[in-house]
Write a protein that binds this ligand. Structure first.
Ligand code: ATP
Length: 326
């Protein structure tokens, strides 16, 4: 195996709070180990266009607390083609970059796996996505910050819901996965949580609301994942209102606010740990793996596994949420 002297780091896919903390950890762990660290801008597009910049410890000063990513991120159509990956590989060789740390979600790891397999090139991945849908890690970087943003909004909406006797349908991110909805719904004391992993039956939701009314509840919060099978919050609110118009209903779509903001302590520590472990993993000969954390221990999950499976939702948490909201 070729000795690693120079590594590249990039962020790719959707941005997530804590990515900067991961970049910082990679750069500083690399420099500590006498590696040269190259920052690659705009994800795979930057690999194809050679947007490279040497980074030292001061390049990553004062960023641990900042959301977004100083290296920018992108979704690259060219990298999905063999030609795009060939150009990227040639650029890496020309720049003398011996290995890569890819920070992103499952799409990013699919790209990393393709590059690694086609050119026998060492790449390790760090899970950075607010969705928390990756197999092989309890939490992804950005998830904790996103759910804290949601509960801040939910707490505020509850104040106004209670004052006006209103029912709020709050839409949160999650096209394919309901992890943001599940945890923020539990923490926000939501009356119901609608996720793509579980079939939504409008009549059941209405029954629940009718029962709640008998308990003298006059307001409420329903958390809706954007990917729910009955539609987004607007659509579900409309369907409910059609059959049950007791409540003054409002819809709030939180949107991109969930991606921004200063990362929580949890996300900063997770990102620092995984970035640190990624560089040490590369130096120990690890490649083609995502660096995850399970039960607070570092684990190395082959990209093939991390991209083939999804994190399973613990349905008993939905049951618990239902019981606690009665
Ligand atoms: P998020 O979970 O936040 O959406 P992600 O990493 O899953 O993050 P994607 O847009 O799915 O985001 O993937 C990021 C990039 O990875 C894509 O824009 C593309 O360049 C590359 N990529 C994804 N899938 C493949 C693939 N099968 N082959 C090569 N490259 C891929």
């Amino acid at each position: 195996m070729k000795e690693i002297k120079r590594i590249g780091v990039f962020t790719s896919g959707g941005d997530a709070p804590g990515m900067n903390a991961a970049i910082r950890a990679v750069v500083r762990t690399g420099n500590y180990n006498k590696l040269e660290v190259i920052g690659i801008y705009r994800g795979y597009d930057g690999l194809i266009n050679s947007e490279f910049q040497t980074m030292n410890n001061s390049s990553v000063a004062n960023i641990i607390q900042r959301g977004g990513t100083i290296l920018k991120t992108a979704r690259s159509e060219s990298f999905r083609t063999e030609e795009g990956r060939r150009t990227a590989y040639q650029n890496l060789i020309n720049a003398g970059i011996d290995a890569l740390v890819a920070i992103g979600g499952d799409g990013t790891f699919r790209g990393a796996m393709a590059l690694g397999n086609e050119y026998d090139y060492p790449v390790v991945g760090v899970p950075g996505t607010i969705d928390n849908d990756l197999f092989g890690t309890d939490f992804t970087i950005g998830y904790d910050t996103a759910i804290n943003t949601v509960i801040e909004v939910v707490d505020k909406l509850r104040d106004t819901a209670a004052s006006h006797n209103r029912l709020f349908f709050v839409e949160v991110m999650g096209r394919d996965a309901g992890f943001i909805a599940l945890r923020s719904g539990i923490a926000g004391g939501a009356e119901d949580i609608l996720v793509p992993e579980s079939k939504t039956i409008i009549e059941d939701l209405i029954d629940k609301l009718k029962n709640d009314r008998r308990e003298n509840k006059t307001s409420g919060i329903i958390i809706v994942s954007e990917g729910d099978d009955q539609g987004g919050a607007l659509e579900i609110a409309r369907k409910v209102k059609e059959k049950f118009d007791y409540y003054d209903t409002r819809v709030s779509i939180i949107g991109h606010m969930q991606r921004g903001g200063s990362p929580t302590c949890m996300d900063r520590v997770l990102a620092s740990t995984l970035g640190y472990d990624a560089v040490n993993g590369l130096l120990e000969g690890k490649r083609g793996v995502m660096i995850g954390q399970m039960n607070l221990k570092t684990v190395y999950i082959p990209f093939e596994k991390a991209t083939k499976h999804h994190q399973e939702m613990n349905k008993s948490m939905l049951t618990m949420a239902n019981i606690l909201s009665l």
